[in-house]
Write a protein that binds this ligand. Sequence first.
Ligand code: GLN
Length: 189
Amino acid sequence: MKIGVLALQGAVSEHIRSLEQSGAEAVMVKDVRDLDGLDGLVLPGGESTMMRRIMDRYGLFEAIQTFAGQKPIFGTCAGLILMAKKIEGKQGPHLGVLDIDVKRNAFGRQVDSFEANLQIKEISENYTGVFIRAPYIKSVGDQVDVLATVDDHIVACRQDRFLACAFHPELTEDPAMHQYFVHMVEEES
Ligand code: GLN
């Protein structure tokens, strides 16, 4: 099984290491051809508007939208924002594949980053979430399963073959989120 990590911004090599620890082959995706033969894709954190701009420049935006029509995607932080159907204060989504309404930089300017202990449904009872200028999910559609919350704000969810979290799973030693995604990809392929 081969999983790609969009390599335009963010902690790409950390994602690759976590996927490899979870038993998958992992490769960087820098242009459209890199998507060939992949069974799943990770969209890392970074800055969503900048990532969108770079995706457009390399023709990756449409290619990833097509990929999302068939294969599993795991979006983390900015990646979650790229997947959302609705983004507060923005007209229209980016990929718009995940039926959630998100707020960017939602935990406030004074708390740029923090760690929180999370219980993640079916994944972990005791997980350290690393949040960096993180979004949260304001609401989810009927088909979306909420996996974790912080102070009543939704920070992880799944809808079919789409997994998303507001924190950075690649920046902790715990591979539980990546393992879960690798299982999703296995089931799908
Ligand atoms: N605040 C960023 C955005 O809006 C996301 C932050 C992150 O990925 N760590 O895109």
